[in-house]
Ligand binder design. Structure first.
Ligand SMILES: Nc1ncnc2c1ncn2[C@@H]1O[C@H](COP(=O)(O)OP(=O)(O)OP(=O)(O)O)[C@@H](O)[C@H]1O
Ligand SMILES: [Mg+2]
Length: 715
């Protein structure tokens, strides 16, 4: 075939003709859109596309009358349909962005938004949180979620806006660590409820024992993003204090656990309740790990009551609100801050609007950009603002104060993990605070190794329920999606042991098969086939979805765990009976989307994550190596002990030495040489006996030595 298709002259021919060229070539009677009279172009908005046909040159170029092709829409007709989109209309259409992408997740998100708000409110008010979560089944796919707290309550006039308007809240504009930050959470849950069941959100709130409580039924007008009060003729209902309102509470069917102050929100929604991974139960359990100061009373749709008791009797220290750090403020933001400030001079603006800018640093910045310290910030021009921005980046300003973030702390992480995750070795590491885009943050990691996997804990009835509820298509899929840390390898092992087909549908399993599966779950050692269980937290809130998109999972996977004695395939999670809990505390957690499920991968965050994971990894490595050594030395000692008696008897026969004395001496040597076998390790993998016994000491437990002697005597 000739390969000259793209030679230059041809290329020129292929070129689309320029306007002039085109006009010259066009037949005389041909009209083109460019030359259409003005009145023809300004079609009224109501005109139909047919009427707006534009004339285009005939395709065959034979000079025949041009074909009229209808234009679908004009700028004018399009203008008629261009208008504002209210934020609630947007999110009603895009509910998946807020975590309402399927009925199961919708239930979790609703509970989560209400519980997170309750915890935030209690902590902000300095009240030890007590939370009641009640989920009731009210129809096949319909549930009623009620969440009550003992928080400070909400002022009457604020209730409609908080629950019936998207993007309304107290946390967005401040720089302070809290669970919520966007001002969408609870109103979005209410909106989802309204759209799926038509039922309004019901709120009862009380600010003190002596004042009346308020009961509102609110729905959001999505077109306007405004609340509508549906009860009490649009005014809500006032419930008198001191027991006088009890009848009213009963009349309105309000479920209210008598408290001096607090808020109860009830949302009815289309949802699905299912235990296992990513469930409400898991969320509450993980919340209890990271919030030992919280008491939770949970009643599930099957009326099972579960209480998570308070482990720590004190609230975490109050995080302080800070101002933005100048390094993290982008130029556009700086310009608008200059424009909006009430400060009379630029020096005051700098010192008051930013954290860590002292009057002397403010003065230095003004001098660098050659502006008087008394200049009016509103009159600072674009060019000067740009210079100011550049100068800020080059000036040494102390790192932001870090009392705005409160980590959980190594002690409490260990306590929390130990309570929920069984294991033999626990370690924790809290990194010093760091900064990304001007926002302070802190990373902490807890690690638990060993112990039975959660699959061994499940009861026969629990398993039957899980199987019935599951929507997994195959048993294998059921095992992987239901139990944390269970990989394909371990699942296959279990299914082989249970002798049930991998492709059987979980809901169709016969009773005998369930028995077999349960026995297999209990008895199979799956620690090797198990993959690391990663618990992710952001500002003490467990993150249960989008693990793959999260900086935490990505960093865990890219860490080399083989260096710490674990098996790991390239770029995957390490395997073994191991749970890692990672917490990011920050004044602003950079979530990848509005449903707050994954943390964005800023390099600064990844670096801190890596360092924290390495810190616990090193400790685990030490422990595992030591454990190996202990096991090895234990085996050596057993050998000594096994043959020590015989050697002593034989030697005493040969040279008439005192057999018992000789045996004792041999035992001493054995103890000394295998001292490592007795080392007991603490939480952090360190030997509990810190004293250095040196080479000449052995510690063999009396018990072990005696057992061997008696066994030998019996021989
Ligand atoms: N139980 C409650 N007690 C007291 N105040 C509350 C309660 N629930 C919500 N609020 C107030 O209502 C505001 C709006 O809550 P919402 O959940 O919509 O947003 P947020 O918590 O600020 O942010 P996010 O969208 O990230 O959850 C909160 O900022 C808080 O001031
Ligand atoms: Mg919230």
């Amino acid at each position: 075939m000739e390969r000259r298709l793209l030679s230059l002259p041809e290329k020129r021919i292929l070129r689309f003709p320029g306007k002039d060229e085109f006009l010259k070539k066009r037949p005389k009677n041909q009209r083109i859109a460019l030359l259409r009279p003005l009145e023809e172009l300004s079609v009224s908005a109501s005109s139909t596309p047919k009427e707006e046909s534009a004339v285009v040159p005939s395709a065959n170029g034979d000079g025949a009358a041009p074909a009229r092709r209808s234009r679908r829409a004009t700028a004018a007709s399009m203008a008629a349909s261009q208008r504002d989109i209210s934020v609630s209309e947007f999110f009603a259409k895009n509910r998946h962005l807020l975590g309402f992408d399927n009925p199961r997740k919708a239930l979790l998100t609703t509970v989560k938004e209400a519980v997170d708000n309750a915890l935030d409110a209690c902590e902000e008010a300095g009240i030890l949180p007590e939370i009641w979560v009640h989920i009731q089944r009210v129809g096949t796919d319909r549930y009623k979620v009620g969440v009550q707290d003992n928080g400070p309550g909400i002022l009457k006039k604020q209730i409609p806006l908080i629950f019936g308007k998207l993007l309304y809240g107290s946390k967005f504009h401040r720089m302070r660590m809290s669970r919520g930050q966007q001002g969408i959470g609870i109103s979005a849950a209410g909106m989802h409820g309204l759209l799926t069941t038509g039922k309004p959100t019901k709120i009862m709130s009380k600010v003190s024992r002596r004042e009346p409580a308020h009961y509102y039924e609110i729905q959001i007008d999505t077109k306007r993003n405004q609340p509508e009060i549906v009860n009490g003729k649009g005014e809500g209902v006032e419930i008198p204090p001191n027991g006088l309102g009890d009848k009213l509470i009963e009349k309105h069917g309000i479920e209210w656990i008598d408290q001096d102050h607090g808020t109860r929100v009830t949302i009815e929604l289309e949802a699905k309740y299912q235990r296992g991974r990513g469930s409400v139960d898991e969320y509450l359990e993980q919340t209890a790990i990271a919030n030992p100061h919280v008491a939770i009373h949970y009643s599930d749709p099957d009326d099972n009551q579960r209480d998570y008791a308070r482990v720590a009797e004190h609230l975490p220290p109050e995080p302080k609100e800070i101002k933005p750090h100048p390094y993290g403020v982008e130029l556009g933001r700086l310009v608008s801050m200059l424009h909006e400030t009430k400060a009379p001079t630029i020096a005051q603006f700098l010192a008051h609007s930013f954290s860590r800018v002292s009057p002397s640093i403010a003065k230095k910045l003004c001098t660098s950009i050659k502006v008087s310290t008394r200049a009016n910030p509103k009159k600072i021009g674009r060019h000067e603002a740009d210079q100011l921005y550049q100068t800020i980046q080059q000036t040494k300003i102390p790192a932001p104060a870090t009392d705005c973030i409160v980590p959980i702390g190594e002690e409490l992480i260990l306590k929390g993990l130990r309570q929920v995750v069984p294991g033999e070795f626990y370690a924790a590491a809290t990194r010093p605070p760091a900064v990304y885009r001007g926002n302070p943050f802190q990373i902490e990691v807890g690690l638990a190794w060993g112990g039975a996997s959660p699959v061994a804990k499940v009861t026969r009835e629990g398993l039957a329920e899980l199987l019935e509820e599951s929507d997994a298509r195959t048993l294998r899929q059921f095992l992987i999606t239901t139990f944390q840390g269970l990989g394909t390898e371990a699942s296959d092992k279990i299914l082989a042991a249970a002798n049930v087909g991998t492709r059987v549908s979980p809901g169709r399993l016969k009773s005998a098969d369930i028995d077999q599966l349960h026995t297999a779950l209990q008895s199979i050692n799956i620690s090797e086939g198990q993959s690391m269980n990663v618990l992710r937290y952001a500002n003490r809130v467990p993150l249960q979805f989008q693990a793959g998109a999260c900086a935490v999972t990505q960093t865990v996977m890219s860490t080399n765990w083989r260096a710490y004695g674990l098996n790991q395939s390239r770029g995957g999670l390490p395997s073994g009976p191991i749970t890692v809990m990672v917490h990011m505390a920050s004044v602003w957690v950079p979530f990848t989307n509005e449903s707050k499920e994954a943390i964005a991968s800023y390099p600064e965050i990844q670096k801190e994550l890596r360092l924290a994971l390495q810190a616990v990894g090193r400790k685990l490595g030490m422990f595992l190596r030591r454990r190996l050594r202990v096991r090895h030395e234990g085996e050596r000692r057993n050998l000594f002990l096994r043959y020590g008696g015989e050697v002593a008897t034989a030697v005493s026969r040969i040279n008439s030495a005192d057999r018992d004395k000789l045996y004792q001496q041999l035992l001493d040597v054995a103890r000394k040489r295998t001292a490592e076998a007795d080392v007991e390790l603490d939480d952090r993998g360190k030997p509990i006996e810190e004293e250095d016994y040196g080479d000449n000491v052995i510690i063999v437990s009396q018990e072990e030595a005696e057992t061997v002697e008696t066994a030998e005597e019996q021989e």
